[in-house]
Design a protein around this ligand. Structure first.
Ligand SMILES: Nc1ncnc2c1ncn2[C@@H]1O[C@H](COP(=O)(O)OP(=O)(O)OP(=O)(O)O)[C@@H](O)[C@H]1O
Length: 247
């Protein structure tokens, strides 16, 4: 991929919290279109990477967004430059209506309600509903829709399907698919079926480092690599069969 096809280039991102190195030099690229998945076992450093990219944690290294260095810039500047964030807890206001949640997210003169309602008609239909009474999938639509209001150029979504029932996961998959048609997405995700469906490239972290980068489909088709890097699938049995044991 050429540099011009890359929207985000992270190099040697290091995060130290309370004297402990959490990230030891993460490097990753996010393509200027589609979904790039950020994968890894629990505790590998995915959320810390996202928070480091956004400047929510003190970090060192380089984060180029559209070719411009952003390490050293405050989070609000990054947000103004066009990075939308869907945090793990969704960050919506449960006591406010859908319309109020969207209004609070407005920035600038011309919020893109047309795009948001085109992608997520339910948000228009449920404009007056309290956000806390939406289903988990609808809440994710609201959280994602909110990031599309402001002409963002990249959406970072942190485990949007975590804790959701399978039926709701499919709703969120559709929401992400629709969003990614409009804006590139960096998706932190543990649900590999969803990754297979949505992601072009993937980056795998292990122990605060980049352990693998490449096409998501190739990694997920390689059972041994998926097991080693992601801890999924069963180890091939090495125990002798009954016949071998009794021979
Ligand atoms: N504020 C903090 N203080 C100390 N240690 C932290 C802090 N935040 C994260 N860690 C540690 O850093 C490591 C990486 O955490 P992180 O949440 O980034 O992993 P993750 O890959 O997102 O995991 P999960 O899939 O479980 O959400 C873990 O060992 C975690 O305990």
């Amino acid at each position: 991929m050429t540099d011009s096809q890359l929207l985000l280039q992270v190099r040697d991102l290091t995060v130290v919290i309370g004297g402990r190195h959490i990230l030891h030099g993460v490097s990753l690229d996010v393509a200027a279109a589609g979904v790039t998945a950020l994968l890894g076992r629990n505790g590998a450093g995915k959320t810390t990477t996202v928070r480091g990219i956004l400047g929510l944690l003190p970090r060192q290294g380089s984060v180029l967004f559209d070719g411009v260095e952003t390490v050293g810039l405050p989070t609000h500047t990054l947000v103004r430059r066009g990075i939308g964030y869907v945090p793990e807890d969704r960050g919506i206001f449960a006591g406010l209506t859908v319309a109020e949640n969207l209004r609070l997210a407005e920035r600038g003169q011309d919020p893109a309600y047309g795009l948001v309602h085109e992608l997520f008609p339910e948000l228009r239909q449920r404009a007056r509903q309290q956000a806390g009474t939406l289903s988990g999938g609808q809440q994710q639509m609201l959280a994602i829709g909110r990031t599309l209001l402001n002409g963002n150029r990249l959406i970072i979504a942190d485990e949007p399907t975590k804790g959701l029932a399978p039926r709701i996961v499919s709703e969120v998959a559709v929401a992400l698919e629709r969003a990614a048609e409009a804006v590139p997405v960096l998706l932190v995700e543990q649900n590999l079926a969803l990754v297979r469906r949505l992601a072009g490239d993937c980056v795998v972290l292990a122990d605060g480092r980049t352990a693998h980068t490449g096409p998501a489909a190739a990694l997920l088709a390689d059972a041994e690599a998926a097991r080693t890097l992601l801890g999924v699938g069963r180890r091939p049995t090495t125990r002798p069969t009954t016949r071998e044991r009794t021979a």
